[in-house]
Design a protein. Sequence first.
Length: 150
Amino acid sequence: MEFTDKNTEFDIVVKDWEQAILETGKLLEESGYANENYKYNIINDVKNYGSYIMISPNVVIPHTRPENGALKIGCTIITIKNDIYFDDNNKDAIKVLIGFTAIDNKNHLEMLKNIINIIEKGLVDKLNYFLNLSKKDKLIYLNSLVKGGK
């Protein structure tokens, strides 16, 4: 897993969580990881099952089942400049979306493990630090987390 200009987008402004997921899905499409239906399936899943994709304060992992439009294994990251929420009951603003695709259950578990590793290595603990970095430094920081640094 490596983060580049092609699979990241930083400091975007969106009106709500649905637009944030559409932007994440668009980036997954543009990166060749998913087809157009993937993002709509994520939105439907959230509407049906709730905000299950919020795995820590401020961080969500938009994804859906492989058969819902995944083309190959991949991961994208988007950061949100403004505060958006899943609903009025959720006190944690969505700031980082780590979208991913997997083509089977094994890949799904591997991607989750990699994402949790990034979060545990410092993305959540140093979220304000990360959000205030330049684009270049955000990429360097993310890739250092992928490689196991802090």
